[in-house]
Write a protein of this length. Structure first.
Length: 45
């Protein structure tokens, strides 16, 4: 007989994340976020 795992319905819940506290200043992620937020010009779209 197969042994099925018990379903965990709590795994689909979302966790609130504060993005400003997750990335470190000076990292690649911080630089990429800055470029996307401040240097892109979306008026062409």
């Amino acid at each position: 007989m197969p042994r099925y795992k018990v379903a965990n319905y709590a795994q689909g819940q979302f966790v609130s994340i504060q993005f400003e506290h997750q990335i470190l200043p000076g990292s690649f992620e911080h630089a990429l976020s800055y470029v996307i937020d401040h240097k892109n010009q979306y008026d062409r779209f």
